[in-house]
Design a protein around this ligand. Sequence first.
Ligand SMILES: NC(=O)C1=CN([C@@H]2O[C@H](COP(=O)(O)OP(=O)(O)OC[C@H]3O[C@@H](n4cnc5c(N)ncnc54)[C@H](OP(=O)(O)O)[C@@H]3O)[C@@H](O)[C@H]2O)[C@@H](O)CC1
Ligand SMILES: Nc1ncnc2c1ncn2[C@@H]1O[C@H](COP(=O)(O)OP(=O)(O)O)[C@@H](O)[C@H]1O
Length: 274
Amino acid sequence: MQTNDPAIWRKNLPWPDRNTHKHTRGRLGVVSGRAHQTGAARLAARAGLRMGAGLVRLFCPPEAASVIAPAVEAIMLTPFSNADALARETEAMDALVIGPAAGLDEMTVANISAVSQGGAALVIDADGLSVFKGRSGDLFAVLDRDDVLTPHEGEFERLFPGLMDQGREKAALEASRRAQAVVVLKGFETVIAAPDGRCAVNPNGSPWLATAGSGDVLSGMIGGLLAQRMDSFDAACAATWIHAQAASAFGPGMISEDLPEMLPRVLMSLWKPD
Ligand SMILES: NC(=O)C1=CN([C@@H]2O[C@H](COP(=O)(O)OP(=O)(O)OC[C@H]3O[C@@H](n4cnc5c(N)ncnc54)[C@H](OP(=O)(O)O)[C@@H]3O)[C@@H](O)[C@H]2O)[C@@H](O)CC1
Ligand SMILES: Nc1ncnc2c1ncn2[C@@H]1O[C@H](COP(=O)(O)OP(=O)(O)O)[C@@H](O)[C@H]1O
């Protein structure tokens, strides 16, 4: 176990250079829930864009498109009608976030299964985790080692009942071993664990993050770094630290919408121009 210090991942943060264009910089997709629950995906998408993904596209059920379209600018939008269509439409993505406000139903299971067949690194959060309560093996069967699960303690218990009794660090490591994916066990001291045994505990947790939607922002931040091909463990560590730093810098009154807007300041403090 180590402390999640920027020294671990700072040198691996992705920055654009003169030859970069938006497609080479990294394409992030975020899958939205239904028309009455699109805010979570929009938060994730904006966070991914702020983290440097060159192109971010929301994928939504057809009836949600008229809700989302007036609420996005740089972020693009593609409706999909079923899981097969989602798999086709997301083929070009480097990373995908799925789960925030996705719905606790078979459509979410089918969508995760469908996108897992493609090459994109996945960040699976919220309903994308909870929907596998009692059948976590179905989720683990479709994961790759570059995928990232981001459970809070409630979601963790649904996927790994009783495991938390071992303590948060051991539990996160064992969960990562079982899932064969990176696990981000969220909380005041978020633990990031990888299947190869890497494990880091986040030291700069900010209680201002105890507000609805802050986890959705974190999933988009991780996705933004994955889209830029950062190693998944490093991406999860970097996003977790930057997320907390942004919340501390904003302080009282912070809501989740403020977090993406704080990211440039934190990123600037980590950027070392040549
Ligand atoms: N703008 C939007 O559209 C937003 C949409 N959102 C979306 O809404 C969906 C459902 O969200 P949700 O809050 O109802 O579900 P979930 O977080 O599972 O809580 C259910 C129960 O779990 C328990 N629990 C135990 N430990 C916990 C912990 N550490 N943190 C939190 N809970 C913990 C706790 O039980 P208790 O402790 O109260 O008995 C709690 O009552 C989901 O898809 C999400 O993405 C949100 O992201 C917000 C912004
Ligand atoms: N008291 C706290 N101290 C530090 N971080 C917290 C605290 N409460 C919540 N967080 C952080 O806020 C985020 C909440 O995520 P989550 O529970 O998934 O929220 P949501 O589903 O509303 O987006 C996580 O990154 C978690 O680590």
